[in-house]
Design a protein around this ligand. Sequence first.
Ligand code: FPP
Length: 237
Amino acid sequence: MNENLFIPTHVGIIVDGNGRWAQERGLSRSKGHKAGFYRLKEVCIYAKELGIKYLSLYVFSTENFKREKKEVDYLMNLFVKLYEEEFQELMDNGIKVIFSGRREPLPKKVLDAMDKITEESKNNSEAVVNFCLNYGGQTEMLDMTKKIVQQVIDGNLSVDDITLDVLQDNLYQKIPPLDYVIRTSGELRLSNFMLYQASYAEFYFPKTYFPDFTKNDFYDAIVEFNRRNRRFGGNAS
Ligand code: FPP
């Protein structure tokens, strides 16, 4: 590993290409999700080893509920399996797991697994993995707006005191903005992922399908990040 690499604080990954990975092998979409599931755990641990403090993973959007029931049910069972079979390894690595998204209409078994994961990992401090599950960026902003309006109505906040800090504080999670967004599979879209948090992020779109996204690919992505010249709206250095 190159010791001189600058490691971004917060990396987001838009998990994409599980279906095409499976299709190219003549397998069912479920098999693609299963392969993605195991890759996901490897990615979480590798991110921690690289020194990435926050990793946000877009694993299920609010729009994904429009998929066939069979596929949605399979994914819901994978989220439960995360707790039952893979979570311990994240615990052993000192990873704190949090979730972003709406709870409605997730099934109770998924909510229970999410609650247990959140509770049991809350004191871990090596790194934070934020699963964006039943997540939508526009919905997050809508929910943020409602929370702020309610504070104003309740008399706890005046309109003049609404600052960018107040907006940030009312997002789903109090975590730093995204430095880097990786979307696997070659699609060039943000697809409603962390719209507010991605304001100044760099973007990277490897063609690799997520089940094939190895540690080496992740490392290459960080090398590419180191080539970027981030200016945050200022002058070129
Ligand atoms: C996108 O690929 C992937 C998803 C919608 C699901 C991602 C989920 C996992 C990797 C497993 C989740 C597990 C846990 C525990 C968080 P796609 O199906 O849209 O692929 P395609 O664009 O090739 O069809």
